[in-house]
Design a binder for this molecule. Structure first.
Ligand SMILES: NC(=O)C1=CN([C@@H]2O[C@H](COP(=O)(O)OP(=O)(O)OC[C@H]3O[C@@H](n4cnc5c(N)ncnc54)[C@H](OP(=O)(O)O)[C@@H]3O)[C@@H](O)[C@H]2O)C=CC1
Ligand SMILES: O=C[C@H](O)[C@@H](O)[C@@H](O)[C@H](O)C(=O)O
Length: 337
């Protein structure tokens, strides 16, 4: 079949048909011909000393997708966990989907950034490498990850553009023996994606964004769908302390199905044909988060109604001082290109 026709059909097929009974190992196609497991374990703010056990527990209990990043400063421990599960034969490398991300101070050093993450994780290749934010920061500033200017603001590298960074990421894929199976972006708005696509040779496989009923980002999700870019949702519970577990509407939908609030918050993304990342270092919660259900149209319209009534809440927005193009966060320097 003509590839653009099959892309069109996929993009317009309701996810209830694509995933009638979603499970944590349901996979969703990427524009690379590969696919991504619907549920991934998040590792941001998973403390060293806790994250190794969390990753081992998750893989033992069936997770196959782990979301990592150099700036989480725990990739060495995630690597220890991967080494152990692979050595014990619990999984084979090719059964895992491992993502890492290029940090902002590495935009001009893409190969070095990748090499560092691969070394820390003890891997030969990544399944997905993302540009963490479209925001280059000074690689020679007063801190290797979070450089600041004397006034306390983040030390941006205004001589570099996220578009050039993308070109450098593209070279990773076209190198003779690529160490990344796919490249993508994170925290991209429609504005930044539009600029990127004007110059891209490779369409990003994934855009990883904050996404949940308090921040549906429907315009980004629709744009990505139209362009064949898979969306991965982060902070599905509202990040640290899982504030959205208390939401009345979420609990109403959960009660209807006889499940916990977390199941509804995770399943919401499956119904949108997105994958989702849930972070926990608590074994019982890692287990609990495996449960996914098929939500119906009525559930989805209730969940969609939350932000219409309460307005939008974005839980993760670092103080870059940059206008990333999100309508709910105007102001700051425009780096879209
Ligand atoms: N690309 C990007 O810029 C970003 C990517 N991400 C990725 O997405 C992942 C998920 O997002 P994150 O912001 O961490 O937040 P989440 O929305 O996944 O929430 C994590 C919080 O929820 C708690 N929790 C998890 N499961 C349960 C449960 N079943 N019951 C009660 N509480 C629970 C965790 O506690 P505990 O661990 O103590 O159990 C933790 O406090 C990140 O870890 C990271 O991998 C996140 C933010 C930005
Ligand atoms: O992935 C998680 C988030 O993007 C996180 O990496 C940033 O919020 C970072 O802590 C920052 O302050 O810039």
């Amino acid at each position: 079949m003509n590839p653009s026709l099959s892309k069109f059909i996929l993009a317009h097929t309701p996810s209830s048909i694509l995933h009638p009974t979603p499970t944590m190992t349901t996979t969703i196609p990427l524009n690379t011909g590969s696919s991504i497991p619907a549920l991934g374990l998040g590792t941001w703010q998973s403390s060293p000393g806790e994250v190794k056990a969390a990753v081992i527990h998750a893989i033992e209990s069936g997770y196959r997708h782990i979301d990592c990043a150099f700036c989480y400063q725990n990739e060495d421990e995630v690597g220890e966990a991967l080494k152990e599960v692979l050595a014990r034969g619990i999984v084979k490398r090719e059964e895992l989907f491992i993502t890492s991300k290029l940090w902002c101070t590495f935009h001009t050093r893409v190969e070095e950034g990748l090499k560092k993450s691969l070394e820390l994780l003890g891997l030969e290749y990544l399944d997905l490498y993302l540009m963490h934010w479209p925001v280059p920061m000074n690689p020679k500033g007063n801190h290797p990850l979070f450089p600041k200017l004397p006034d306390g603001s983040r030390d941006l590298d205004l001589t570099t553009s996220h578009i050039q960074t993308w070109k450098n990421l593209e070279s990773l894929v076209s190198s003779p023996s690529p160490k990344v199976k796919a490249i993508g972006v994170a925290n991209y708005s429609v504005k930044y994606l539009t600029k990127l696509l004007e110059h891209a040779t490779i369409v990003p496989a994934v855009n990883q964004i904050e996404n949940h009923p308090y921040l549906p980002q429907q315009e980004v999700v629709d744009f990505c769908r139209e362009k064949g870019i898979h969306v991965t949702a982060y902070s599905p519970f509202g990040s640290t302390g899982s504030p959205m577990f208390k939401d009345e509407v979420v609990n109403e939908v959960a009660e209807k199905h006889g499940v916990k609030a977390g199941t509804v918050l995770l399943s919401y993304h499956l119904a949108r044909n997105s994958s989702v990342l849930a972070k926990s270092v608590t074994p019982s919660r890692i287990d609990e988060n495996r449960k996914l259900i098929a939500l119906d149209e009525d559930d989805m319209s209730k969940l969609e109604g939350i932000s219409k009534t309460k307005g939008l809440t974005r839980f993760v927005y670092p103080p870059f001082g940059v206008d990333c193009g999100f309508p709910d966060k105007p102001g700051g320097v425009d780096l879209s290109g």
